[in-house]
Design a protein around this ligand. Sequence first.
Ligand code: SF4
Length: 397
Amino acid sequence: MSHHSERKHALLGASKAGQWLACPPSARLQEGIEEKRSEYADEGTLAHELAEVKLRRRLLPCNSAERKRLEAKLKEIHADTRYGPEMENAVQDYVEIVEERFMAAKARSSDAVILLEERLDFSEWVPDGFGTGDVVLIADGIMEIIDLKMGKGVPVSATGNPQMRLYALGAINGYSFLYDIREVHMTIVQPRLDSVSTDTISTDGLLEWADSIVRPAAALADAGEGEFKSGDHCRWCKVKATCRARADANMASLADEFRNPALLSLEEVGAILFVAQQLKTWANDVEEYAFEQAKAGRRVPQWKLVEGRSNRAITDKEAAKTKLIEAGYGLDKIMKPQEMQGITELETKIVGKKLFGTLMDGLITKPPGKPVLVPETDPRQELNSVSSDFANENFDT
Ligand code: SF4
């Protein structure tokens, strides 16, 4: 059985590959800095444990000792305070997707193999490189790697995803001498976002990437060498607030000069928006860092902590209610009317997704969202701005 809670953090971990591939010296620079352990990470670990138990029970032959062990594990998970119907539903959705893929693999080849929580070793390319694959399926020349992500933020794409590719590399490394694998499918499932993303690469293409891109970058990163390069990958970097290379790059982008004519063109506005977004993110990181330093008692020159705004609060609601009633104000005046819970609350915490869907059939509508401006690369479909109704509308309301 795997030990999710013991997942070690190697210097060149697969989950951080986006970072050290783009900015090799970032790995050593973050060494020894403690990870802010988030509640989300613990919750994700529990969900992975639940997923594994469910998949073992459904897809693998169990003797009675194994069944007992899984039962005990399940009890333990159910008793955890982070477990709840919302997690149960999300994990169940994932389990059903894995089951479907396994059935499809079996249809291709009767001796399809499924491996759960496999240690995948890619140290041939990356010093001490290994990871844990949630699911590896092998059937008829095709290997499929499936990864569960419990995030509720933005959907993570599997396309060109270095973490998935490194897992694939580890799996190829471990199994290509047993099976003739021509092609790898890499799938990220994010049940909370209803997102399933798959990318495909040939085994040859994967090995080519590993030799030409991964090996040299990993060697530089391991040696603490190479060039600093800032970008989207800085987001998860532990030194993102104080990194000089990132600061330099951002300050340099401010120096861009726009000359005549007096007003910017739409082309220039579009270009500035990208810089502005990047600066906003960086500014937030630096501000948060400075705030934490100040709270810890370290003085940030030219800045100080002061008391922020606060709101009045009634200390004893019952006593206040009594006074108001005595003064002649009716309950209907002083109390808020009863209000129904929100859709998400009802669906995830109170009723459950499936039953809620049945009960609310035809009773829920989703109006079109307000227009938002996003980069051209965003996967959402473009609105037809000229002919549609919103061209002349005022959205300031
Ligand atoms: S903040 Fe960005 S540029 Fe700086 S070390 Fe981290 S990944 Fe590299």
